[in-house]
Write a protein that binds this ligand. Structure first.
Ligand SMILES: Nc1ncnc2c1ncn2[C@@H]1O[C@H](COP(=O)(O)OP(=O)(O)O)[C@@H](O)[C@H]1O
Ligand SMILES: [Mg+2]
Length: 292
């Protein structure tokens, strides 16, 4: 990879510097991340790929302040001053997450005893008791993700997996944070619905051009999902986890999947990624997990 390919004029919003994460049990230490360095750009859609166990989730948790690094720093640069969040107290870190981070996981972690609407509203209750305003905003978001009024009062168990994940996306958007962290969000969704959800996510992220784009960090094993969605693909190598390669996705937006996949440029780029997975670094990042 030529350095020039990675140049960008976007601002950095998050920096991981010499990030290491070690888990210890009684008998051994596992160095999951070691001296990892990464810049995330404001408004970028960044995909993180790598073998199972290479530390993708651990990296996401560190970048969002869900967990702390063992060594190294995480700096948030979205405000007036850089903030070294890895040094924050637990309370301050929780506040940082609330203000800046929305999460969507593979398991949607919806509250089973709450309606779809309440699931989307619940985090807002931490900040305001104005239920009417919260409900209004939650309904707007549910409509945006394709959940109609007839389903607002249903419980998660009454909704399909794809619909549950739509609710989880609405919930992640409810606090209007500047960063959205998505850890294999469509990994458990069937292929057809996955395609629909990818397109929905792209539309939401691209927005109407008026509001600033959210910074998205998205973990996936699916190479076509990575290309369709992202501006940049960060490939991790495992044991210990590091950034092995960063690749800019060279396709203009808005992207139309049906048209894009038929172009020679798409095939060439996809093949280049595949040869990285299977050739060069296949054994390091687990090419066998890449969905073809
Ligand atoms: N809380 C934890 N305690 C102990 N080990 C953990 C913990 N979280 C993750 N690990 C270990 O760290 C490694 C990387 O995990 P993870 O970040 O979930 O990888 P990935 O998301 O790439 O599959 C795994 O071997 C996992 O078992
Ligand atoms: Mg993971």
């Amino acid at each position: 990879m030529k350095e020039a390919e990675l140049k960008t004029n976007k601002d950095v919003i998050l920096t991981a510097k010499d990030l290491s994460k070690t888990f210890s049990n009684a008998s051994q230490q596992q160095h999951v991340l070691k001296n990892l360095n990464l810049d995330i750009y404001r408004g970028d859609f960044t995909v993180i790929m790598g073998n199972s166990g290479s530390g993708k989730s651990t990296l996401l948790y560190a970048l969002s302040g869900m967990d702390r690094p063992s060594l190294g720093t995480i700096t948030y640069r979205g405000g007036e001053q850089p903030e070294e969040i890895s040094k924050y107290s637990n309370d301050r870190l929780a506040k940082f997450r609330r203000n800046h981070c929305g999460f969507v996981f593979q398991q949607n972690y919806l509250n089973d005893s709450m309606s779809a609407l309440d699931n989307v509203m619940v985090s807002g209750l931490l900040l305001t008791k104005d239920r009417k305003a919260l409900a209004g905003r939650a309904k707007e978001l549910l409509l945006k993700v394709g959940i109609g009024e007839q389903d607002w009062n249903k419980f998660p168990a009454q909704l399909s997996g794809g619909m549950q994940q739509r609710v989880a996306i609405a919930r992640a958007l409810a606090m209007d944070t500047d960063i959205l962290l998505m850890d294999e969000p469509f990994g458990a969704i069937d292929a057809k619905n996955r395609t629909i959800l990818q397109e929905l996510l792209l539309k939401l992220w691209e927005g109407d051009g008026k509001a600033a784009k959210k910074t998205v960090l998205f973990v996936t094993h699916d190479i076509d999902e990575a290309i369709l969605l992202s501006d940049r693909i960060v490939m991790m190598s495992a044991s210990p986890g590091r950034v092995y390669k960063e690749i800019i996705v060279p396709f203009s937006r808005p992207r139309n999947r049906a048209e894009l996949v038929q172009t020679a440029e798409y095939s060439a780029f996809r093949n280049r990624l595949l040869s990285l997975f299977y050739g060069d670094i296949g054994d390091k990042i687990g090419g066998d997990e890449v969905v073809l």
